[in-house]
Design a protein around this ligand. Structure first.
Ligand code: AMP
Length: 281
């Protein structure tokens, strides 16, 4: 497995592989890898000749310094996991390598980033779009794999790829969960034992929302889900929204026809967890 720290090395490798006829599958990550990330690598491996994974904790997408500073970093372990998973190349640049100059680009995603993560984390999606655009330019993959766990991010990445004219196919991958339903996340390691136990309520509330939809109005479902989560002493809902799965705008009415998704962000102490569930399944 190759490990590249410079943009030049990574793009030369990609160009070589593509010209020798290999399709390239790409999995961008911020490291602290878990089975969720590895499921993306696995799928990329099945669908492409070569697989590239990137590990880069992108400062531009953190709106709180404390969150950036406490983000888990486990590079040696990550590289061992990727090698074992059959990854061909890992791109792990420094911040200076990625951003030698200040990035001032501003994307206009319209209503897509005015809600949920976009409204609670100002600048977050602009930072995500900047880094993913840059990574796609460097790696030039045929396919790039993103988790449905970060549903709004996936919608934004698709929009960015369209706006920038990338030919890369953006592929959505199912959320991998712990046995009790908690979505795997790099942030889970920061949970105390009690917080970890209570955190499974987030998935229970999402499942409850799916059961209630389309029998009740979104407002009533939302209220019930929030009460369920907040009944856990160590959890506090930041938002719980039932939105149109395409436009991400809040739904006023439940209807079996339109694709809907419940999305939530919950604090367990200082740790912010997000999750979502399709309500049409
Ligand atoms: P991150 O390192 O958190 O930026 O995540 C890198 C990629 O892995 C993103 O496309 C995430 O959506 C995806 N991902 C994170 N957690 C999971 C999970 N539990 N299941 C599936 N994909 C995930």
């Amino acid at each position: 497995m190759e490990v590249f720290r410079s943009k030049g090395e990574q793009s030369s490798w990609s160009a070589r592989e593509a010209s020798s006829g290999s399709s390239i599958g790409f999995v961008p990550t911020m490291g602290a890898l878990h089975a969720g990330h590895l499921s993306l690598v696995d799928r990329a491996r099945r669908e492409n000749g070569k697989v590239v994974c990137s590990i880069f904790v992108n400062p531009l997408q953190f709106n709180k310094t404390e969150d950036l500073e406490t983000y888990p970093r486990t590079l040696e372990r990550d590289l061992a996991l990727l090698k074992e998973a059959g990854c061909d190349a890992v791109f792990c640049p420094s911040t200076q390598e990625m951003y030698p100059e200040k990035m001032s680009k501003r994307y206009d995603f319209g209503e897509l980033d005015q809600v949920m993560e976009g409204s609670h984390r100002p600048g977050h999606f602009n930072g995500v779009a900047i880094v993913v655009n840059l990574l796609l330019e460097i790696v030039r993959p045929h396919r790039a794999y993103f988790g449905l766990k970060d549903y709004q991010q996936l919608r934004i990445v698709r929009r960015m790829a369209e706006m920038e004219g990338h030919s890369t196919e953006i592929i959505a991958c199912e959320t991998v969960r712990e046995a009790d339903g908690l979505a795997m996340s790099s942030r889970n390691v920061r949970l105390s034992k009690d917080q970890r136990r209570e955190a499974s309520t987030i998935y229970k509330a999402l499942v409850r929302a799916r059961q209630l939809y389309p029998h009740k109005d979104p407002a009533a479902i939302k209220q019930e889900a929030i009460s369920l989560i907040n009944a856990s002493p160590r959890l506090e809902v930041e938002y719980f929204e039932i939105v149109d799965a395409i436009t991400l705008q809040p739904l006023e009415r439940s209807s079996e026809g339109s694709p809907a998704i419940a999305c939530t962000a919950v604090y367990a102490g200082e740790v912010r967890l997000i999750d979502n569930l399709s309500l049409n399944a």
